[in-house]
Design a protein around this ligand. Structure first.
Ligand code: TTP
Ligand code: MG
Length: 389
């Protein structure tokens, strides 16, 4: 039976949460980034910082749609953003507040959709196959509940699978509802740039581009044998399937999660020895993310794994089983390092991933040390943009 899968993504999430606090800024270009929020911020001084006053090397984490009209977006340097939109208001990030709204909107959705996969701070997948109601009506109802609970807007895509729904939710942002069937793939999806597909990172899209393949439709129309020759058996096949909008990944609820992983594709391929420092920064970030996810979900993992993808797209994984289940970044990193000793580090690497498996409820495991609470909320692919700019 065909499934009905929805993807919900909050609109300009961090910025929209800030606008709840500073409603007078509604309609203005606002950018989030730079230093962290201090207790004494805008309310007390009564004045906002303009982007033109910014000096430093910070990047924008997000921007309101009014600021995006000037070309400001996630990952852009704030000095560069200031050149584009000097009068935009710059606000520091307040991760605690975003975490609070994240929990609120997810709880509101859960009143309608019983099967939810948590994809991080501002997005979720839902399986609506068993939920009664027509798709647009259902999406409208979900959006209303999110608005009632948080005052925030979101965009929803509803299609037969996760891959298409993730693309669909973006098609009419902000505040959009997009329902697609397989029949819509050629007209609505094929014109999109290849990199819009979750799983086609900057390097793969560069390589595709060099082959004259720019859009999802170009991939769909490419010879599958050529894709396999260029990208290896598994990724090549996946590209072909993805371009035709096919994806049978299930919705994974927290209860069922067998493992928690984070991975990142580098802006440029890294060499394990020559780029040792950059790699260890990435490794620490990934371990920190995995640790945050574990803590957020109240679980601990006994098996730590790594995934490496080499420049020729060949992928290897290694696992290391610990004597006791853990949820802290340092222990995860130590185990990941053990795994790294068992792979070929003389070749260039394009992707690194860290996984915690053999999960159990933290309450059931006897964890000797208290696990730290996460400071920053987690996202699904957080580091692609910023680390190697
Ligand atoms: P996104 O959903 O990618 O962006 P958004 O919600 O701000 O805007 P959109 O309407 O396009 O969905 O990311 C969610 C939040 O995660 C975003 O508000 C800020 C944060 N974030 C980062 O910290 N770094 C990043 O590189 C990106 C893309 C987002
Ligand atoms: Mg969003």
């Amino acid at each position: 039976m065909e499934r009905r899968i929805a993807h919900l993504d909050m609109d300009a999430f961090y910025a929209s949460v800030e606008l709840l606090r500073y409603p007078d800024l509604r309609g203005h270009p606002v950018v989030i980034g730079g230093r962290r929020r201090r207790a004494s911020d805008a309310e007390s001084s009564g004045t906002y910082t303009r982007l033109r006053e910014y000096v430093g090397r910070g990047v924008a984490t997000t921007a309101t749609y009014e600021a995006r009209a000037f070309g400001v977006h996630s990952g852009i340097g704030l000095m560069k953003a200031a050149a584009l939109a000097p009068d935009a208001i710059l606000l520091p990030a307040d991760f605690e507040e975003y975490g609070k709204y994240s929990r609120l909107f997810k709880a509101a959705v859960a009143t309608i959709a019983p099967v939810i996969e948590d994809r991080g701070i501002d997005e979720i997948y839902m399986d609506l196959t068993e939920v009664a109601g027509e798709s647009v009506a259902l999406a409208t109802e979900i959006k209303q509940r999110v608005r009632d609970a948080t005052g925030l807007s979101c965009s929803i895509g509803i299609t037969p699978n996760k891959l298409l729904s993730k693309l669909a939710s973006e098609l009419q942002k902000p505040n959009g509802i997009t329902v697609l069937t397989y029949a819509d793939v050629p007209t609505r999806i094929w014109l999109l740039a290849a990199r819009k597909v979750n799983g086609i990172g900057p390097r793969a899209s560069d390589k595709l581009e060099a082959l004259g393949i720019r859009t999802v439709g170009d991939i769909a129309n490419a010879d599958p044998a050529m894709l396999i020759e260029q990208f290896g058996k598994s990724y090549g096949r996946w590209l072909h399937e993805a371009a035709h909008g096919r994806d049978d990944r299930p919705i994974v609820t927290v209860r069922e999660a067998k493992s928690i992983s984070r991975e990142t594709t580098f802006e440029r391929d890294l060499h394990a020895k020559r780029d040792r420092e950059a790699l260890s920064v990435v490794l620490l970030h990934l371990c920190t993310r995995v640790a945050e996810d574990l803590v957020r979900k109240g679980v601990v993992g006994k098996t730590i794994g790594i995934k490496l993808r080499y420049e020729d797209f060949k992928t290897v994984t290694r696992d290391f089983t610990l004597p006791a289940a853990v949820a802290d970044a340092e222990a995860i990193r130590a185990a990941a390092r053990e795994c790294l000793k068992r792979v070929d580090l003389d070749r260039r690497i394009r992707l690194l991933g860290v996984r915690a498996g053999a999960l159990m409820q933290a309450a059931d495991a006897r964890v000797s040390e208290a696990t730290p609470t996460p400071k920053k909320p987690a996202r699904s692919e957080p580091w692609n943009l910023s680390l190697f700019d």
